[in-house]
Design a protein around this ligand. Structure first.
Ligand SMILES: [Zn+2]
Length: 269
């Protein structure tokens, strides 16, 4: 959505709520958040609905990602717009006069909606148990001879599927020339220059790492648990480069929070 159309939908809270309500209806019928009934009464000037069957009242976007953001409709749209433009949390906070923690929470919801991750408060960590082992190749001490070792689970910081390949981060004390995972050899792409605690390996030829590394480096303070969400955001931006993200993001945010629909990034426990 270009800026002049955006200006119309975000001119005041009323217009913003109407826009979000339309977007929610397009994403799926508005039903009682408790019992699923479709017959609802509009109450409080449209701000809430009351279920004709069970009597519970709720905001029309209960159970959807935008309901997790706990922020007025107009500010919500602005945060999504500024996220689309790739501003960081502190710039978004100062541009919107929304507190920094609230902006962080809103961005977390946006990233979770992209990743299809569980609702806020639940960890995105996943065990690698049951998957194929990661095999590291050491530089040959004898010319022509490669030494392979299985990388211990507790040394693996992350195995992140992305753009048809993998990013693997392992403990910085281990310096394999490459690692193999699921039959694919991943060369080293970062020896601790951008990510001081990791050695990073990545599928060659996807172009994704070239795109993502500078952006990821901006977020070097991200915790292991949150990193999959940032990688998910980078992957989303990469796969949708050249497209306007705002409409796509609103469509996702207006969708219901369901169990994960895509394979989540894997993080070792
Ligand atoms: Zn109900």
């Amino acid at each position: 959505m270009e800026i002049f159309s955006f200006e119309k939908i975000a001119r005041n809270d009323r217009a913003a709520e109407r826009y979000l309500l339309d977007s929610c209806s397009r994403a799926g019928p508005i039903e009682c958040a408790s019992c699923g009934a479709g017959k609802l009464y509009v109450i409080e000037n449209g701000a809430r609905r009351r279920c004709a069957r069970c009597g519970r009242s709720f905001r029309p976007w209960s159970g959807r990602w935008i309901g997790e953001m706990k922020i007025s409709a107009r500010k919500l749209l602005w945060i999504v717009k500024l996220f689309e433009l790739d501003l960081n949390a502190s710039s978004i906070s100062s541009e919107t006069a929304v507190s920094y923690p609230t902006v962080l929470r809103a961005l977390d919801v946006i990233r979770r909606s992209i990743a299809g991750a569980p609702a806020r408060g639940r960890s995105a960590r996943r065990s690698v148990a049951g998957n194929e082992p990661l095999i590291g190749s050491l530089g040959a001490s004898i010319p022509g001879v490669q030494i392979y070792r299985t990388v211990a689970d507790d040394a693996i910081r992350c195995i992140l599927p992305m753009a048809g390949g993998y990013i693997v981060g392992i403990d910085r004390s281990l310096s394999y020339a490459s690692v193999s995972y699921r039959g694919e050899e991943l060369p080293i792409v970062d020896r601790g220059e951008r990510f001081p605690f990791w050695r990073v390996y990545c599928s060659a030829g996807t172009g994704f790492w070239q795109y993502a590394k500078e952006r990821l480096a901006k977020h070097h303070g991200v915790s292991d648990a949150k990193l999959p969400l940032y990688i998910g955001e980078m992957e989303y931006r990469y796969l949708n480069r050249g497209r306007r993200l705002f409409d796509l993001l609103v469509e996702r945010l207006c969708g219901r929070i369901d169990p994960p629909t895509r394979s989540l990034p894997l993080i070792s426990d």
